[in-house]
Design a protein around this ligand. Structure first.
Ligand SMILES: Nc1nc2c(ncn2[C@@H]2O[C@H](COP(=O)(O)OP(=O)(O)OP(=O)(O)O)[C@@H](O)[C@H]2O)c(=O)[nH]1
Length: 316
């Protein structure tokens, strides 16, 4: 069985930064990670990718050849990938033995709640290669600072969950920047738990610009609450380089040192635990009864990622 993540979310929500940070984090806790870039618009990649869609199809070529804009071009590229799924399967085959897979997808949201090509690619891979994948859906945390944008983020998250039909985790990314866009109207829990949206409607009603959409807002909030599926984890996955002088001093004294550290390692660790539970990674090699499995599935996941030396070392 091969485990991994499908990383999706609107443009600029932090998918590429996530794949880079997550691959470094997972490597540090001992996993062999392969990042697969399926975003043909990703021109400068911060990570080393094991497979790159650009080797199959280039967005710039598609736009010129078919006189398409960037959005149409991306839809074409995903359709092309679906038709050439054998190419991707062949590229993934050598990684299946011992790698954990991170798929970096394009940010065009319509690909994940409307069109079927990206979903078909994922489902075909899951079926043919026996993959266990979790969808990680990134939403820029700054959307919480505007109730209207937050409701659209909820609708997008719900539509993506229903469309992809995968184990799914919604994440408020760039949580370190959340207050830089102004003070939130409610506590952070309100935005992560998505419990009672009537407060948000009341807040929106205070704004004369949104008053005429009151009925529409209420209907949308009712849909989100009736499904009761959307909630968010929070994440700050910024990675910083350790000052080069410090690394070289450590090397001089023969001390092991890492050249980077995470701004908020706990948020990354907590998310990894959730993902591991959702795609079944934590159950690998475990011999237990069905009752014990279900106890683990419903309980909190607590194991100690922090026993690894890099954490104490990198946070000096
Ligand atoms: N402060 C902070 N910045 C972040 C974080 N994650 C991503 N960013 C920044 O957000 C910007 C956009 O990140 P990308 O990773 O390029 O986003 P993307 O979703 O891949 O963008 P597209 O390829 O356009 O879809 C970059 O400047 C990142 O440095 C975070 O956790 N904290």
């Amino acid at each position: 069985m091969v485990f991994g993540q499908v990383v999706v979310g609107p443009p600029g929500s932090g998918k590429t930064t996530y794949c880079n940070g997550m691959s470094q984090f997972l490597s540090l806790i001992g996993r062999k990670v392969a990042v697969i870039n399926l975003d043909p618009a990703n021109d400068s990649l911060p990570y080393e990718c094991a497979v790159n869609i650009e080797d199959l199809v280039k967005l710039s070529d598609v736009m010129v050849e078919h006189s398409l804009g960037p959005n149409g071009g991306l839809v074409y590229c995903m359709d092309y990938l679906e038709k050439n799924i054998d190419w991707l399967e062949a590229k993934l085959e050598p990684l299946l033995k011992d790698h954990y897979l991170l798929f970096d997808f394009p940010g065009q949201v319509e690909l994940f709640f409307l069109h079927s090509s990206a979903k078909n690619v994922i489902l075909k891979l899951i079926k043919k290669l026996n993959l266990r994948l979790t969808a990680v859906h990134l939403i820029d945390a700054h959307l919480c600072s505007d109730p209207g944008k937050y409701i659209s983020a909820l609708i997008l998250s719900l539509s993506t969950m229903l469309h992809l039909e995968l184990p799914h985790i919604n994440v408020l990314s760039k949580i370190d920047l959340i207050e830089s866009y102004g003070k939130l109207a409610f506590n952070l829990d309100f935005y992560t738990d998505v419990q009672d949206l009537s407060y948000l409607q009341h807040h929106l009603d205070q704004d004369p610009r949104s008053a005429k959409y009151r009925k529409l807002t209420k209907e949308l909030c009712d849909i989100i609450e009736n499904f009761s599926l959307v909630s968010f984890s929070t994440l700050d996955i910024q990675v910083h380089q350790v000052c080069p002088g410090f690394s070289s001093v450590c090397q001089m004294f023969g001390i092991l040192s890492w050249s980077f550290f995470f701004q908020d390692k706990e948020s990354v660790g907590n998310l990894v635990k959730l993902i591991d539970k959702s795609n079944g990674y934590i159950f690998v090699g475990m011999e237990a009864s069905a009752v014990e499995f279900s106890k683990i599935a419903v309980g909190p996941v607590n194991w100690d990622y922090y026993r690894y030396p890099f954490f104490s070392f990198s946070c000096v």
